[in-house]
Write a protein that binds this ligand. Structure first.
Ligand SMILES: C[S@@+](CC[C@H](N)C(=O)[O-])C[C@H]1O[C@@H](n2cnc3c(N)ncnc32)[C@H](O)[C@@H]1O
Length: 304
């Protein structure tokens, strides 16, 4: 959905969670080759790149990197988002999952401007006007991709068109498509109900495409053969645990497309009163809380 993620692009990079590294090992274990991954709707590269904990990073940069030719391209973290600014400035990677190259594409140039850099991740702006053939060529041609990921993004796409491009791109046999999203969190009963009330105020400003996300991808068409990680109608349910500050929570809410749409229409959903209510449910601004984002995933290979 072009345009919906432009205005909040700057806050997005610090606001949105990365994804647990086990997910990537799980996916890398399902593809036969590890040459090229395409992360579509990449945003700031949340799923295309990640950072590990600092100790590991130094260990990796100083010790492991000189000793390995394989480069990790997909990795994630679950740390307090407040610590991310300076992390972004480091080029850090873990050694668990390996693809030689990742291409991250997005219709939003603004999102890509804030994308996190990594020597093996290339970001390409793909406006909606690009033809299917051009896109396939840009990604190396038919049968060139081992893994396609769409994180918190597939519900925005023209699905029949996207699935047809994916089917052309995936190396067969052995290539897979993984789509996932998250729409809810579990923090504490008081915060969960304050967030529920806040979410209800966003409804008039939601794009109809969001219904698949709210539905946990249970009704998302997914015409791919299951590889044991969710299937059409039965997504795999996953938890994303992380630590979050109150400011991190506010950034997360500010990064929502509904909040941006409301602002465009002159409505401030995160008014002073709403922030105060959330803060009081949170238990104070300085508190760091354990949060579990509730995620769902569908993974499949093209039907032959
Ligand atoms: C909610 S963001 C997700 C970003 C990131 N993948 C993440 O996990 O946080 C959705 C992204 O999909 C992009 N997008 C929407 N429609 C698209 C399309 N047809 N092709 C490529 N990207 C698209 C938006 O610009 C936005 O950056």
């Amino acid at each position: 959905m072009a345009g919906l993620f432009d205005k909040q692009a700057e806050v997005y990079v610090d606001a949105r969670p990365r994804y647990p590294s086990e997910w990537y090992s799980m996916l890398a274990g399902r593809t036969h080759h590890h040459t090229l991954a395409w992360d579509v709707g990449t945003g700031n590269g949340q799923a295309a790149i990640g950072v590990s904990n600092l100790l590991f990073s130094f260990f990796y940069l100083a010790y492991l990197r000189p000793r390995t030719q394989n480069i990790c391209v997909l990795d994630v973290l679950s740390i307090d988002q407040d610590h991310l600014n300076w992390h972004h400035k480091l080029i850090i990677f873990k050694v668990a999952e390996y693809y030689e190259q990742v291409i991250g594409t997005d219709v939003s140039e603004a999102q890509l401007k804030h994308a996190m850099s990594h020597p093996r991740v290339r970001y390409i702006h793909t406006p909606l006007s690009i033809s299917d053939d051009e896109l396939v060529l840009l990604l190396g041609g038919e049968g060139s991709v081992d893994l396609v990921t769409a994180a918190e993004a597939v519900h925005w796409f023209d699905l029949p068109n996207f699935y047809s491009i994916v089917t052309r791109l995936l190396r067969k046999p052995g290539g897979i498509l993984a789509v996932w999203g998250y729409n809810d969190s579990a923090i504490s009963p008081a915060i969960d109900s304050a967030l529920k009330r806040f979410r209800e105020t966003t409804l008039p400003f939601r794009d109809p495409n969001i219904r698949n996300l709210f539905d946990g991808y249970r009704t998302l068409p997914f015409p791919f053969e299951s590889v044991g990680l969710g299937s059409e109608g039965e997504p795999l349910l996953l938890d994303m645990p992380m630590e979050l500050s109150f400011d991190g929570l506010l950034r997360m809410l500010m990064s929502s497309s509904a909040v941006a749409t409301a602002k465009d229409r002159g409505v401030e959903l995160l008014s002073e009163g709403v922030v105060k209510e959330l803060e009081s449910a949170w238990g104070g601004r300085s508190l760091i809380r354990n949060v579990i984002y509730k995620a769902f995933m569908l993974v499949g290979k093209p039907k032959l």
